[in-house]
Write a protein that binds this ligand. Structure first.
Ligand code: HPA
Length: 271
């Protein structure tokens, strides 16, 4: 795997004049607005990058965008890989490992999720302070690559406390109400039943979604500080559960995306 990763990184470096991004950014469903804030220098199609996972959805090849946001050198993944699409966990986190080889020092992520905390409403923003992995696997299963990190990595601070603190300050300055809470990751692709949402709440979750956790596990394995935000796109609280479609999720995410984009921009300026 290391050989392939190095080949991927060498290819990217050759196409981007060794751009050497400082921050990696992975954007969630309906949350691509940050892309228009990038002063883009290089854009690579996933399908042109050696060993990069190939998109299963026709006409939906993602892009790796290199450029500047708030004066910081960033690499942005426009389109992430989900376990429910049939990728292995190793494929889901492959881009995170590549970003590490390209030089990132911090990873910023966003996602759309269902709120199971009764205080939450559609369109709210939640900063992740922890997670519970209910995906049926873990990206670190298999041979451990010592060059990346230990066999049994510590997970006592999955989300960087100092970045969380500055995100709260930024949200306050911008006049945004933000929550903080625990994200539960599931495989999907079906949304939860009412009993499942109730279970997520009982075990300590505030929001539930189908991404983020594998990438954070791979990043923390490599000691990369992570910061992640969920946009609440539907509510999984008894008495408030209604039918939900992917279109509803996208519509709710794009409404809240302005807030998320503003927070990310200001946060990047501080890195
Ligand atoms: N459950 C799981 N994933 C999601 C949800 C949800 O309610 N909303 C957006 N992604």
């Amino acid at each position: 795997m290391l050989k392939e990763l190095n080949e991927t990184a060498a290819y990217i470096n050759s196409k981007t004049e060794n751009f050497n991004p400082q921050c990696g950014i992975i954007l969630g469903t309906g949350l691509g607005g940050l892309v228009s804030e990038i002063d883009a220098k290089y854009i690579l199609d996933y399908h042109d990058i050696p060993h990069f996972p190939v998109s299963t959805v026709e006409g939906h090849s993602g892009k790796l965008i290199f450029g500047f946001i708030s004066g910081k050198k960033v690499v942005v993944m426009q389109g992430r890989f989900h376990y429910y699409e049939g990728y292995t966990m190793q494929q889901v986190v492959y881009p995170v490992r590549v970003m590490k080889l390209l030089g990132i020092e911090k990873l910023f992520l966003s996602n759309a999720s269902g709120g199971v905390n009764p205080d939450f409403e559609i369109g709210d923003v939640m900063i992740l302070n922890d997670h519970i992995n209910l995906l049926p696997s873990n990206p670190l299963i298999g041979k451990n690559e010592k060059e990346f990190g230990p066999r049994f990595p510590d997970m006592s601070e999955p989300y960087d406390l100092s970045i969380i603190k500055s995100a709260h300050e930024i949200a306050k300055d911008l006049g945004y109400k933000v929550h903080e809470g625990v994200y539960v990751s599931v495989s999907g692709p079906c949304f939860e039943t009412p009993a499942e949402y109730k279970y997520m709440r009982i075990i300590g979750g505030d929001a539930v979604g189908m991404s983020t956790v594998p990438e954070v596990i791979a990043a923390r394995h490599m000691s990369i500080p992570c910061f992640a935000v969920s946009v609440i796109t539907d509510i999984g609280v008894e008495g408030r559960i209604v039918e939900v479609t992917h279109e509803d999720v996208i519509a709710a995410a794009s409404k809240a995306e302005v807030k998320m984009t503003a927070i990310f921009k200001a946060l990047l300026a501080k890195q």
